[in-house]
Each structure stands twice: as C-alpha cells, then as structure tokens.
Ligand binder design. Structure first.
Ligand code: BES
Ligand code: MN
Ligand code: ZN
Length: 513
C-alpha cells in the first residue's frame, strides 16, 4: 500500500480511497431467499412484493409481522433491522416509497443498504426491486452503496483501517452477468471519479498546494490509456502572460500551476469538451481577508478542479467515446507582502485587463486565464467552467441546486437533462445586460466585483468575458454544492465531488449524438 509521511503521521496515500471502509461488490443470480443475510425492499405502506414476499414466506410470515408491529411504512430510505428472523440471521428492510423511479432513487436505495449493513461482517444478499432492467438497476444501486460508504477518515492517529472490506454486498439480479458488466464497464468508473474528486477536496491545505494537486493528478493518470497530463509551472504561466492566474497566486509561498488532463476516446479529428475547474487550494480572501469563522472550509475551493479531473478519470475508466480535457488553474489565495492589492490592475492572457476591487473575488481571475488557455490550446466544441465561485449562489438556490449560466438555451436544456439523469441538480440563473454593464471599470477593461450587481450572475458575467464568440459556453457555480454539511445516503458529510456524475451524463449525451 502506498503511504506517505506527514508530521509524523503515516497516512493512506491519496490513490487508495478509503479502501477498507467501502463494501466489496458482487452480483449473483436472484433465487428464492432461503437462508443467510438479506436486504429486502419494502414498498409504501409496508408492502412486500417479489423476492421480499418470498423471503417472508420462508420466515413463515415473521417479517410481515415485524413490519406491522414496528409500524414500518416503507418510506423511501426508511430502515428496519431484524435479527434471527425465520431462517435468516439478519434482515435489513429498506423502504422504497413510491418505487425506485430514477437513478437517484436507486442510488439512495444502495446508499441506504450500505449504511444499514456497514457493521455486519457478512455476505449480504441485496434484493433489487423488480423492474424493466434489474441488471442495470443493480449496478446503479451498487454505485450508490459505494458512494455512500465513502469516508475520508485518514487523519486520526487512532484510525486503524482494515486491510480488507468486511462486508460484501451481493446484488441480486435475474441476469447477474449483465449486472456485473454494467458495474464494471460504467458504474464503478463513476465511483472512482467521484472518490478521486472527494479525496482531493478533503485533503487539508497544508498538504494541498498547487504543486501537490498537480502531482496527484499526474500520479492518478499514470498508465491510464488515452490520457495525457500536462503541467505548467509558475515560470511558464508567467511567460504565457497569464497575469490573472499568476497574480492570484503571488501572495502564496507555494506558486500556481496549470494542469491539463486530456482524454481521447473519440475520433482524432473531433474537438474536445473542455472542463475548466477553479482550483484555489485555499482561499483566505487574500488582502481582502475573510472572517475566521468557517474559513477552514475554504480548503474545498478547488472542488471545481477536482470535479473536472474526476470526470476525466471516469470517462477514461469507462472508455467513453468522446474527447474531453480538464483544465485546472491552481493557485493559493494568501495575504502577504507580495500579494496583489485592491486597486491593482492585472493583465490576463487574452490581453484584457482587470481592476481588482476585492482580492477575495479570485476564482474568476484564475478561470479567465484557464478558459482562455483552454480555447487557444484545444478549440473546444464546448467549454464549461465549474467553480465554487460565490456565496451568493447559495443565497439564491440553497444547497439544492448548482447555478447554471449560459447564453445558449439549447445548451442549457442539455445540461438540465444531464442534471436530471445524474441526480446532480442544476437551476438556470440569468445574466441581465445590466450585470454585464456592471463589469465596467474606470481604469481597466473590467473589474472583478460589481457595486450592487447580483453576486452569482456578476461572477458568471465576468467569466463569460473570456469565452470566445465561437465557443459554446456554460458556467456552473457549485459553491453551495461542493461540501455537504449534514450528508445523505449517497453523499456523506464533507466533500461531495459534485460535477463528476453530471459531466459523465453530459458526455453520454455527446456520445449518443
Ligand atoms: N470561494 C469563495 C466563494 C465561496 C463561498 C465558496 C462560500 C464556498 C462557500 C469565493 O472566492 C469568494 O470569496 N467569493 C466572494 C466574491 C465577492 C468578494 C465578490 C463572495 O462570494 O463573497
Ligand atoms: Mn474568494
Ligand atoms: Zn474562492
């Protein structure tokens, strides 16, 4: 197992995401339950159907009796654990409510199964509700179980990760081979991309410098077919004229990087999709320093970059028939004798100049150069910026949706469809002409903060200034989605990896066309 030593602590290397905490995943042919450990889906009102009903029969009605006695109503995600019932040593009942109608429902089912069985040292047979394609459903439920089991408990001196998973979740489907294929060719690749993103996001910023982030990406993609990683250091960034990225990082002792992860799964001649992810490895606000409360959470300010890299990992692992590139402008926003000041003017790579009103509006600066470089280098058929850009987006949409901004209605619909399919919710927000007007600066081409303009839309308007006319462009503000304060069955408390599942679905849409 790869390990590195920091401050006397030996910790799991990043490339080994919580290996021991996640269940082993298997698939088997669905047969009538007779003995062992089972998870049974229970419909609304405590109704038993299919294999759940057969299991109850094997237990001589004891399961139905328990459901009545416990007033178990089978609401989505509700659970009831029974031990030693009939021929079964343990049974976990999981509510499916009105039925598992979407990928999100199936993942929630799987996540609930994973959590409800995590303490069992057993092979757990998981019944997947009857449906049109149980094999596919089983793979998606397995994905939910894996995602929900994620735990970044790497930093406790007392943590003793087991070498092997203790729980095996065996998902039952009439065609177990088809289920295994769906898992191995697709769903598992999604969990790998999300785990990579979550590991990057969770890592404390004393370790997570721009150079460290770049190294992790290089290491993760070593030997992954059809992927090329390019890393530009601070001298190259400066030489290319990326004054916005360079300026953002100049207050830190740990200089900026620009990383590109290029995946070629489509035709050689085809232009790629470019994901440009904000990669602020820590955001103090700089000289416009943030208040101390909750500043610790700003180690997640590179979640857009993490999602972009994670999405490429998923695409590569599932051999997606697309060309895509993640462009990661990485910098640390620190206050220092060498830091940029409010009132400074930076020249971006495109030549456009920026008046700095607030050094805490730094994400848009690194995106400006990242987006420009991506267009110059790859001439993408679609460019997407994804960023923990503004607190304001959370004020508008809470933690229920990420904000979507684009001038292109058809593209907006495409993203909204991918959001529905992936369960990573999006809501479109406007950029009014007044908001573009608010970019005007007295001394430079634009300024990085508007007086009174709506915050999330202003950030989007700013970034749009660097999208070329010929580039179809979408901006996503994920500031309130990247970190779960409470957690749910599929996304535990902490880093979500928001964007990986969305980008995977989006790529599927492009593959289909
Ligand atoms: N990284 C923050 C945005 C953020 C806030 C992310 C809360 C996650 C949770 C960003 O760099 C920032 O500081 N934005 C400022 C912009 C303002 C100075 C124009 C903000 O939202 O206050
Ligand atoms: Mn900031
Ligand atoms: Zn920031």
């Amino acid at each position: 197992m790869k390990r590195w030593i920091i401050a006397g602590l030996s910790v799991l290397a990043l490339a080994m995401p919580a290996a021991a905490d996640v269940p082993a995943i298997e698939f088997a042919k669905a047969e009538r339950p007779s003995k062992g450990v089972f998870v049974l889906p229970v419909g609304k009102g405590g109704e038993l159907e299919g294999l759940s009903k057969e299991a109850d029969r094997a237990a001589k009605g004891a399961i139905a009796e328990a459901i009545t006695m416990a007033s178990f109503k089978g609401a989505m995600g509700q659970t009831l654990t029974l031990y030693g019932v009939g021929p079964f040593s343990a049974v976990l009942l999981v509510g499916t409510g009105e039925g598992l109608k979407s990928a999100t429902d199936l993942q929630t089912y799987g996540g609930t199964v994973g959590r409800g069985t995590s303490a069992w040292k057993a092979n757990v047979n998981v019944v997947v509700p009857d449906a049109a394609d149980v094999a596919q459903d089983a793979a998606i439920a397995a994905q939910g179980a894996m995602l929900g089991a994620y735990d970044f408990g790497k930093w406790r001196a007392t943590a003793k990760p087991a070498a092997e998973p203790t729980v095996t979740l065996t998902f039952l489907a009439p065609d177990a081979n088809a289920a295994r294929r769906a898992w191995e060719s697709d769903a598992r690749a999604v969990t790998e991309g999300v785990f990579f993103a979550r590991d990057l996001i969770s890592t404390p910023s004393n370790i997570k410098s721009p150079a460290w982030f770049a190294d992790q990406v290089v290491e993760m993609f070593q030997g992954v077919p059809n992927v090329t990683v390019t890393v530009l250091d601070e001298a190259q960034i400066e030489a290319l004229g990326m004054g916005a990225l360079y300026g953002t990082g100049q207050g830190s002792a740990r200089p900026p990087r620009l990383v590109a992860v290029e995946y070629k799964g489509g035709a050689a001649s085809e232009a790629p999709i470019a994901f440009v992810g904000k990669g602020i490895t820590f955001d103090t606000g700089g000289i416009s320093i943030k208040p101390s409360a909750n500043m610790w959470r700003m180690r997640m300010d590179m979640a857009g970059a993490a999602a972009s890299a994670g999405a490429i990992l998923t695409l590569a692992k599932r051999n997606a028939k697309v060309n895509a590139v993640a462009v990661l402008p990485l910098a640390e926003n620190m206050p220092d004798g060498n830091a940029i000041r409010p009132g400074d003017v930076l020249t971006s790579m495109s030549g456009k100049t920026i008046e700095i009103i607030n050094t805490d509006a730094e994400g848009r600066l690194v995106l400006a150069d990242g987006l420009w470089w991506a267009q110059e280098t790859y001439k993408p058929k679609l460019a997407v910026t994804i960023a923990t850009l503004t607190g304001a987006v959370g004020g508008a949409l809470g933690s229920d949706y990420a904000g979507l901004f684009t001038r292109d209605d058809a593209l907006a619909d495409r993203f909204l469809a991918a959001a529905d399919a992936s369960g990573e919710a999006l809501w479109r927000l406007p950029v009014h002409p007044n908001t573009f007007s608010a970019l005007k600066s007295d001394v430079a081409d634009v300024k990085n903060m508007g007086d009174g303009a709506p915050g999330a839309s202003f950030g989007a308007a700013f970034v749009m200034e660097w999208a070329k006319k010929e580039t179809p462009f979408v901006h996503l503000d994920i500031a309130a989605m990247a970190w779960q304060n409470s957690g749910n069955a599929v996304d535990p408390k902490g880093a979500v990896g928001y964007g990986v599942r969305l980008f995977d679905e989006l790529a599927r849409d492009y593959e289909a066309k």
